[in-house]
Design a protein around this ligand. Sequence first.
Ligand SMILES: Nc1ncnc2c1ncn2[C@@H]1O[C@H](COP(=O)(O)OP(=O)(O)OP(=O)(O)O)[C@@H](O)[C@H]1O
Ligand SMILES: [Mg+2]
Length: 361
Amino acid sequence: MVKVILDNITKRFDDFAALKGVTLEITDKEFMALLGPSGSGKSTLLYTIAGIYRPTSGRIYFDDRDVTDVPPKDRNVGLVFQNWALYPHMKVFDNIAFPLELRKFPKEEIAKKVKEVAEMLRIETLLNRYPWQLSGGQQQRVAIARALVKEPDVLLLDEPLSNLDALLRLEVRAELKRLQKELGITAVYVTHDQAEALAMADRIAVIKEGEILQVGDPDEVYYKPKYRFVGGFLGSPPMNFLDAEVQDPYLDVYGNRILIPIQYRELVKKLGVRKVILGFRPHDAEVVRGVAEGLVGTVYSFEPLGREQIVTVSVNGASLKVFAPEGEHFTFGEQVTVKLREDRIILFDKKTEKALEFLEE
Ligand SMILES: Nc1ncnc2c1ncn2[C@@H]1O[C@H](COP(=O)(O)OP(=O)(O)OP(=O)(O)O)[C@@H](O)[C@H]1O
Ligand SMILES: [Mg+2]
């Protein structure tokens, strides 16, 4: 049970900078998701916390202890690798027991702890099998059990659910979230799956090209994205973006005039910005028939999802996705208006793609 502090961490591989000054504090017992696209540096950062990589510069602290030069085995971290290599010649029991054998725990205690953790992960009936006799999902759970059995201070998970089918993923992610809180372990969870990060984490750190763009709880990063990238990476479908031009007190959006959202009126004046990007989430708008106040366009497509449907509306060449209730029937090409929920609109600076409220940071 510790707090993890990353202080201006850089990591270079030859002349390539995989991490470019990462500063992040993960509080005691927190579930932190590291979310970013492939190649953004997630695994590199995780292995740096584990001690497998030494940072090129910067320091790492577990509580007040500087662990930057401490080898992995003395950090008491549990690590589940992206490719969860189990020892192929060992049965499941011995795979899980291995970290305790290394520490010379007494036999009875090992048996007890392995049983406990296997029950938690519902693999207690598999202890006598070899890894090749397990499904991918079972292997993944054995890898998690092996990381948990030594009761680590910090649990580091690198895409641990990537090999599970969609249903099992949902089930295990709920279990893992509960387990982490029950055990009270500080956890860092690497994923490129935004839904997983939103569902599991206390806070999410969004990483892109070796830099953390935003850290916040799921609501914050979802509703208050600091960058266009964050709004476009979270949510399914993600945020809609439209180029807009300030013509105080209006925004010109592809030939439509809408009032500058009330929360931005002062700021737009103060900053004197002209070219902006208007962002809104598919749930924060509605599609109404005919021409009304809002963004006028035509129905390009519609996709029923059960309880609701996604309507794609074409507005002077721009394509928007908006949720609509299940019962409503649309036809291809019909004229509609997308009405935006004003308080949920985010305006980004066109040049830096940063939300206006963070522009002066
Ligand atoms: N040992 C290494 N030597 C050279 N370059 C590396 C090394 N490890 C990682 N990189 C590079 O650093 C960048 C970040 O890699 P990393 O594995 O951290 O990405 P990731 O976010 O985990 O991606 P993924 O989601 O695909 O696993 C990539 O461009 C990668 O090619
Ligand atoms: Mg990775």
